[in-house]
Design a protein around this ligand. Structure first.
Ligand SMILES: Cc1ncc(COP(=O)(O)O)c(C=O)c1O
Length: 393
């Protein structure tokens, strides 16, 4: 602990009191449990902040990771390709609810959102309109901690200090307002001419305290956005990979986003990886002469590194299998078992720790809870929340 506090700066943590808050210093993990440096075991009830969808030390994933490490450490996607990313992208293409998709990779959810914002703006610019400079976002929104992310975000989480840096967005009500959809459509119509895109967390606003919308409302709003020719960005960093009863929440909300942001569960927590998935219509707007201004001049060092997912599609396939089919104990699909789970099947829908666990964790760590029993609202809209990803096992 002292060694930790002496050299590590923890995110979202007041370091002057870090050591007093009884932090867990993890040394290793097994399945659903974290094991600290003193050998104490803890249920990883927050699945390491929603990323570790399949548990720790899954033998197939461990092997895939070491297999990849034996091939190459890293190769850039900026101007070149690599086999792993091609295969992963081909697998995603069969699963994501985006028309004729192309994937731009990044490392964290916020970076995926940031990419989407820039793509949306340049999409219009490439088509001859550079005045669409604003975005519509919802109350309660959370899209990560970059400047773009906290601008879209509804505030809180210590962002007030950055208010002078946050750019202005058009704000509609969040899912905690029962009439959010009608109001948001009205606001959309008022501002449609100045907007580059609308950003939503389909079905569930996770960081807002697991605020759940009715799927038909999200569908109605999404169709309103797309019917006025605006780009719809679905941020599924939290809801993606089977956490709401379908592989992606957009699917049960009945729409196909123009841009889809993925993160967290994409590699089952094995390696940092996120992605911005673009539809063909969006992608095509960036095609042109080599080095022309139509090009999307954006990319990160670790965007699509060679050894990203623990196998070419290993983690992803495992994630998708666990979300779309009954699972064996280790979260991988049982061979020969093709029965389809219902959306109310707890095994398929891990997103939120249960309220009691959340409260216990928060109390232990002196953090605010995720919003309490009402906010965790299990099983609304056919959405089932179970205590953790391993409920799928
Ligand atoms: C909906 C949503 N978008 C974006 C993010 C940011 O992801 P990351 O922490 O990987 O940057 C989060 C994180 O919780 C999220 O819930």
């Amino acid at each position: 602990m002292q060694r930790d506090a002496a050299v590590v700066w923890h995110g979202f943590t007041q370091m002057a009191t870090y050591a007093d808050n009884a932090p867990i210093v993890v040394e290793r993990a097994e399945g659903r449990e974290l094991i600290d440096v003193d050998g104490n075991r803890y249920l990883d009830a927050i699945s390491s902040l929603w990323v570790n969808t399949l548990g720790h030390r899954v033998p197939e994933l461990d092997k895939a990771l070491t297999d990849q490490a034996a091939e190459v450490a890293h190769s850039t996607l900026l101007g070149n390709g690599n086999r792993t990313v091609i295969e992963l992208s081909e697998a995603l293409a069969t699963r994501v609810p985006v028309d004729e998709m192309h994937v731009l990779y990044a490392s964290d959810g916020a970076a995926a959102v940031e990419q989407a914002l820039k793509i949306a703006f340049q999409f219009h610019t490439n088509r001859g309109t550079s005045t669409r400079t604003r975005y519509l976002a919802l109350g309660g929104a959370y899209h990560g901690d970059t400047i773009g992310g906290i601008s879209l975000g509804a505030g809180g989480f210590g962002t007030t200090v950055f208010d002078p840096l946050r750019f202005d967005v058009v704000r509609a009500p969040g899912y905690d307002d029962p009439s959010w959809c009608d109001t948001a459509i009205g606001i959309l119509e008022t501002h449609a001419d100045e907007l580059a895109a609308v950003v939503v967390e389909p079905l569930v606003q996770g960081a807002a305290g697991i605020q759940v919308a009715e799927a038909p409302d999200v569908e109605r709003f999404a169709h309103a956005v797309q019917s006025v020719g605006l780009l719809l960005i679905a941020d599924e960093v939290a809801t993606g990979f089977g956490r709401t009863g379908t592989l992606f929440a957009s699917e049960q909300c009945g729409f196909r986003p123009d841009l889809l942001c993925l993160g967290k569960g994409l590699t089952g927590g094995y390696l940092p990886m996120s992605a911005t998935v673009a539809s063909k219509a969006v992608y095509d707007a960036f095609l042109g002469e080599d080095l022309s201004e139509a090009t999307f001049y954006h990319g990160h060092s670790y965007a699509g590194t060679r050894s990203l997912p623990p196998s070419p599609c290993g983690t992803f396939s495992s994630s998708t299998s666990s979300a779309s089919s009954p699972t064996s104990r280790n979260g991988l699909r049982s061979s020969g078992d093709d029965s389809t789970p219902t959306s109310s099947d707890d095994r398929t829908s891990p997103l939120c720790v249960d309220t009691a666990s959340c409260a216990a964790w928060s109390s232990h760590h002196r953090r605010p809870t995720c919003g309490g029993a009402d906010a965790c609202a299990p099983r609304r809209s056919g959405v089932a929340f179970s205590s953790a990803p391993w409920a799928t096992w």
